[in-house]
Ligand binder design. Structure first.
Ligand SMILES: Nc1ncnc2c1ncn2[C@@H]1O[C@H](COP(=O)(O)OP(=O)(O)OP(=O)(O)O)[C@@H](O)[C@H]1O
Ligand SMILES: [Mg+2]
Length: 356
């Protein structure tokens, strides 16, 4: 899958902007605050009209203007598709001439993997950041997963409310069995899906990390479920009940899941260098894109914002080679010539964002 044309009107700092990228590596370069990340964000929006930077669509509209319009032409399996998104009082999209309200219709058509400094949270952040990464990735390839996840969160909230009430009204205790059963049901499904996904992504990312580090370091991704596999889920929930009532909250379950990311057997979060942590997060992101390809049958577009700056030449070289089949967008402040000799790809195109 390749972006053929991107057009922006009143989007962020751009009044009018258009690029026609090449099929290989596209380097977007220029000084700070020129709009490089804004372009990456604009492309990403076509995966579902939700920004990775903000929940407020109004921020996407150029200051002083009443709407923003983005338009994308991309090639999918030999056919040109054309989508546009209008951000105004409401959000609307047009896909190959068919209009609809909201961004939902975009999901699952144009696929992308994005990596920005924000995504370092996967390694450096809290368990919740890693669960978010996991859930977003699984949702892209498993349409039923989001529903299970939402149901689980609903049941969890109800159970937690009941646990708090039980502290004051012990007669409510008999209602807990029903909620335990539901919780257990969804928890088991989530654990199963996450386990399946981690099994695959760990193998893939460990292989990628080996390549990035030139075989010098070994990455290890381990699932640490909030309900472990040593006993069945019912037993663990039953065992935790006394504690749950005491604390007024559910103390075991997938909302306590984590992923351990180790390098040479020790935590990358606590001991990794900047470059190592970045390589770990990048390996997971690249593994995610490989799985996206496996599921959809076409190579997703790769967006790498500010990623290369902290990586040494060997690591950069490996990444660009590895992405040989994908259309790639990289942003940097450096000169694009620096990428020409390491990418070895004939189809390197660069776009300079200069003084306005
Ligand atoms: N809604 C908006 N209206 C006008 N300008 C905006 C809007 N949103 C963001 N900007 C401007 O866009 C610029 C930032 O763009 P962006 O983050 O893409 O820069 P960048 O080129 O990636 O910079 P860096 O190299 O620092 O990462 C800022 O100057 C910011 O003020
Ligand atoms: Mg930026």
């Amino acid at each position: 899958m390749e972006v053929k044309k991107l057009r922006l009107n009143n989007f962020r700092n751009f009044s009018e902007y258009e690029i026609k990228p090449g099929e290989g590596v596209n380097v977007i370069y220029g000084d700070n605050a020129r709009g490089k990340t804004n372009i990456i964000e604009a492309i990403w929006l076509f995966t579902g009209a939700k920004s990775f930077r903000t929940n407020k669509d109004s921020e996407l509209i150029k200051n002083g203007e009443s709407y923003a319009r983005t338009e994308l032409e991309y090639n999918l399996k030999g056919r040109i598709n054309k989508s546009s998104i209008i951000f105004g009082e409401k959000k609307s999209v047009e896909i190959n001439g068919v209009k609809s309200v909201g961004g939902g219709d975009l999901v699952g058509r144009f696929t992308c993997a994005v990596f920005t400094p924000m995504h370092m949270d996967i390694v450096k952040g809290c368990p919740g950041d890693r669960r978010r990464f996991l859930d977003t990735s699984i949702c892209q390839i498993n349409s039923g997963y989001l529903k299970i996840l939402k149901e689980y969160m609903r049941v969890l909230a109800q159970r937690n409310a009941l646990l708090k009430d039980i502290q004051y009204e012990s007669a409510l205790l008999e209602q807990l069995d029903v909620w335990d059963m539901r919780l257990c049901d969804y928890a088991t499904k989530i654990r199963e899906e996450r386990q399946k996904y981690i099994d695959k992504i760990s193998k893939e990312s460990e292989k990628i990390y080996e390549g990035i580090s030139g075989g010098r370091e070994k990455l290890e991704i381990i699932y640490r479920p909030g309900l472990d596999f040593s006993e069945d889920a019912e037993t663990q929930i039953a065992k935790a009940r006394a504690n749950d009532i005491k604390y007024g909250t559910t103390t075991v379950g997938p909302h306590r899941d984590d992923i351990e990311i180790n390098l040479k057997g020790i935590s990358a979060r606590s001991y990794g260098s900047q470059g190592q942590q970045r390589s770990c997060a990048l390996s997971l992101k690249l593994a995610e894109s490989a799985m996206l390809k496996e599921e959809t049958g076409s190579s997703p577009v790769i967006l790498l914002d500010d990623v290369m700056s902290e990586l040494d030449r060997g690591r950069r070289e490996y990444i660009l080679k590895r992405l040989g089949e994908n259309q790639v967008f990289v942003t940097c402040c450096d000169r694009p010539e620096d990428y020409a000799d390491i990418s070895e790809r004939a189809e390197l195109k660069s776009f300079y964002l200069g003084e306005k």
